[in-house]
Design a binder for this molecule. Sequence first.
Ligand SMILES: *Cc1c(COP(=O)(O)O)cnc(C)c1O
Length: 345
Amino acid sequence: MNTYAFPGNIEDDILSIASQQIPYMRTAWFSGLMKENEAMLLQLIDQPDGRVMFFTASGTAAMDAVVSNYAAALGKAFVIDGGSFGHRWVELCAYHQLEADVMEVPFACDIDYDELEERVATSQPRVFLCQHHETSSGQKFNLERISAICRRHDVSLVVDVISTFLADELSMSRLGIDVCITSTQKGLNLPPGAALVFLSPKALQVNFLHKNYYLDFQDNLKNLERGQTPFSPATTLFMQLHERLRRDTALGVEKLIAQTAEKAHYFRTLCRKYGWEVPAQVPSNAITGFFVRQGYEHLCDKLQEKGIYIMPNAVKGFFRVSHMGVQSHADLDQLAAAIHQATQS
Ligand SMILES: *Cc1c(COP(=O)(O)O)cnc(C)c1O
C-alpha cells in the first residue's frame, strides 16, 4: 500500500511500537516519556517556556478545547473562514455561544491583508482564530502579516497549525502566537488519536473557563506537572510520538521541512507535466491540491484498487496528495502515472 492521504506512509519500526503489549502509564517511566515529548515539541515549534497539553482525541478536539477554555475567556473572536477547516472555527464559536466576526476567503485564495486590517480595526475582537494552512484547498496564509495585524490591534492570536507543523516554517515565539494546535496524523506522520495544544507563557496567564470537563485546560495543566494526563492516554501512540520526535529533533526542523518541500516541489513538476492545475495562490508544503479536468469520476476507487490512496474534496475534479511521510521520487512518479492512466480510460 502507498498512502498519500494523512498521515502518509509511516516507517515499519515506528508502526511496530504500537503492536506490542501496552505498558502501564501511571508510572515514572511514562511521566518521563511525556515530559521529554513536551520538551521536544516546544523546541520544534520554538516556544521556550511554553506548555503542551496532550489530549487523546483527533485534532478538532484541540480546536474545541481552545474555543471553550481560552477564546471564550477573552471575549469576541475574529475568524478567517477560508474553507472547511476555517468554517469549523465559525461553528465552534456558535456552539460555545462566542460572538465572532467572520471574514470569508474564496477557495484557494490568499487573504486580502489590507482589507483584513480594516475589518479587525472595525470589529475590535479580543481573539483571532485562523489556520496556517487551509488543508481543504492547499492555501497557506501569511502568518507574518496576520501576526503584525494582531500586534497592532492587541488581539490574541490562535493558529491551527495542524497541517503545517513540521511541514512549513513556524516559530511560535517569534510570531507572537499565543496558542497553536496540532494533531498526530499530519506533520508528525503518526496514527490519528492525539491532539496537542501549545500555550505561550502569556496564554498561561489567562483565567481559563471550565466548560469542557474532558478538555479542561487547568486540570490538564495540573496533571502535566507530573507528566500525566487526567484520563487514560493513548499510551502506545505517545510512545510512537516519542520516537518520532527523537528522530525529528536529531535531524533538525529545517532539514525536515526542506525534505517535505522537496517532495512537494517534485510532485508539482509532475502536475505541470500532466496539465493538472494547482489553484492555491501560496501553496503549503504539506499537500498538493490539484484539478484533474477529465475522467475523475471514479479516480479514488481506481487508485484504491492499486493500493494507492489520495484525498478527494467536495470541489469537483479537485484532489489532494499529502507530502507527509515516506515517499520517494519513484513513488511520486508512479502515483502521477497511475492518476494519468486512471483519468484517460
Ligand atoms: C486535519 C485538520 C484538522 C483536524 O481534523 P481531525 O479530523 O479532527 O483531526 C483541523 N484543522 C486542519 C487545518 C486540519 O488539516
